[in-house]
Design a protein. Structure first.
Length: 453
């Protein structure tokens, strides 16, 4: 990161990157199929509740950890562990390992986005028949080497952006793209909501049928909350470390959590009518979004251009989130003074991610036969990391912060005398961090273990 600590030029800069890191493929690609897997409305309620009741307070804690220590997650948790004499110093290390592995398969999915982006571009110059053959998911899924190439391209692009410094240029770029993306999504939302499948979709999404929840639904909700808010990776600790002294962390954290949750809701409302329309697609398929959206877009008036714009924006979102992931690995390298320099650290991290991307990239082709509990390799990896590993790492970072920060420090960082609500919210925040979050994460984990039997 070219910026010095605490040197966001503007508050807007912080929001752009924090929201940009939170809102990515997690909202548009992952959330819909996780909702599909967990039966719809009841899960959405559970998810929204967890995002606001647990996710937002934990996001505030991670940002605060970064802002108060001005360090990235590994050094920050080490400092906390020293101060409190507790054993949480490994929390940061686990977060970094998790981050690089997640980055590698996130790159594979980003590669899918790149694929559709280029295919829509090519389709601008061809007729409907050949366009629909190009935007066909099966062709991509059957070709592992293509997926690996696309993932490599994505990793390369991310590395180059990070080497050049995030602050420069990209901030401006993204600020142009975001309103356009929002507009496209809204148009698509209106369009898909006028499909005949809508009443059925509304019932599925908003009529909570609690019998659809399973023993692992709680952890699926928690895992996705952490994934989509970039918690438990160290991204938000790093971004917090660049906040300006005068920025109020709780306000920032709450806003980011709110915007991200809204976007997830919009995403399911946009995808599901289309998915219901294409009745042959299982709602639990990780490729759900890629399966239904391109086909639908091609069928609407001006759909090729629309699809191109949509996938370009989605790619920017994926890139922005990937930068957050790579940034964690690199800033931890630099903070722990591995004497290799920032540029080299970035290239090395990219290389490791590339090697790790090989298995998930080949999971739907060469390694198609490898299935764990009926799931493909990429699905199993995603489930293992996000539903099992991530909640524990997020909890460890939270505990490191909670134990290593004195009561007084927490209070001073949380309460802002100009913000009256901060006085009344403070005890709730402490209560959630101390009791509610550990208890719910613990419960989720136990239920998930029980679901195995
Ligand atoms: N939150 C991102 C998303 O929803 C994923 C991500 C996780 C990005 C962690 C950065 C760090 O797509």
């Amino acid at each position: 990161m070219a910026a010095k600590r605490g040197a966001w030029r503007t508050r807007f800069g912080f929001y752009l990157l924090a929201i940009g890191s939170a809102c990515g493929l997690g909202n548009l690609w992952r959330f819909p199929y996780v909702v599909g897997e967990n039966g719809g409305g009841a899960f959405i309620l559970l998810y929204v509740f967890m995002a606001l009741a647990i996710g937002a307070p934990m996001l505030i804690a991670e940002l605060m950890l970064g802002k108060n220590t001005r360090k990235s997650v590994m050094v920050a948790t080490q400092q906390m562990a020293q101060k409190s004499n507790t054993g949480f110093k490994w929390a940061g290390r686990l977060a970094v390992i998790l981050t690089i592995v997640v980055f590698s398969y996130y790159a594979v999915i980003s590669g899918w986005v790149l694929h559709f982006m280029t295919q829509f571009f090519v389709s601008l110059f061809s007729d409907y028949e050949s366009a629909s053959s190009k935007t066909n998911l099966a062709a991509l899924m059957g070709n592992g080497w293509l997926q690996l190439m696309l993932a490599s391209a994505h990793i390369l692009i991310t590395v180059v952006v990070v080497v050049k410094g995030v602050q420069e240029g990209l901030e401006r770029w993204i600020s142009y793209m975001m309103p356009l993306f929002a507009a496209l999504v809204i148009v698509l939302l209106v369009k898909s909501f006028s499909l005949p499948s809508t009443p059925e979709v509304v019932r599925f999404l908003f009529y909570p049928d609690f019998s659809k929840l399973t023993m692992s639904s709680l952890n699926h909700a928690l895992g996705h909350v952490f994934f989509t808010l970039s918690l438990g990776f160290g991204t938000m600790v790093t971004y917090g470390s660049y906040m300006r002294d005068e920025d109020h962390v709780p306000t920032a954290g709450f806003r980011v959590a709110l915007v991200d949750s809204l976007i997830s809701l919009v995403a399911v409302m946009m995808i599901f009518p289309v998915a219901f329309q294409a009745s042959n697609v299982p709602l639990t398929d990780p490729a759900l979004m890629f399966e239904v959206l391109p086909r639908y877009l091609l069928g609407i008036h001006g759909g090729t251009l629309f699809g191109l714009a949509f996938f370009v924006c989605l790619y920017m979102a994926a890139l922005n989130a990937s930068i957050g992931l790579l940034e964690v690995v690199v800033s931890n390298f630099v903070d722990t003074k591995k004497n290799i320099g920032r540029v080299r650290a970035t290239w090395y991290s990219g290389l490791v991610a590339l090697l790790l991307a090989i298995l998930p990239a080949l999971s739907s082709s060469v390694l198609k036969a490898v299935r764990v509990g009926g799931r493909s390799l990429i699905e199993s990896l995603d489930s293992l990391l996000i539903n099992w590993f991530l909640p524990l790492v997020a909890l460890a970072i939270l505990l490191a912060f909670y134990k290593g920060t004195s009561e007084k420090e927490k209070e001073v960082s949380f309460i802002d005398k100009d913000k009256f609500v901060s006085y009344s919210m403070y005890p709730h925040w402490i209560f959630v961090l101390k009791w509610v979050a550990p208890a719910i994460i613990g419960l989720g984990f136990v239920l998930q273990v029980l679901s195995l039997f």
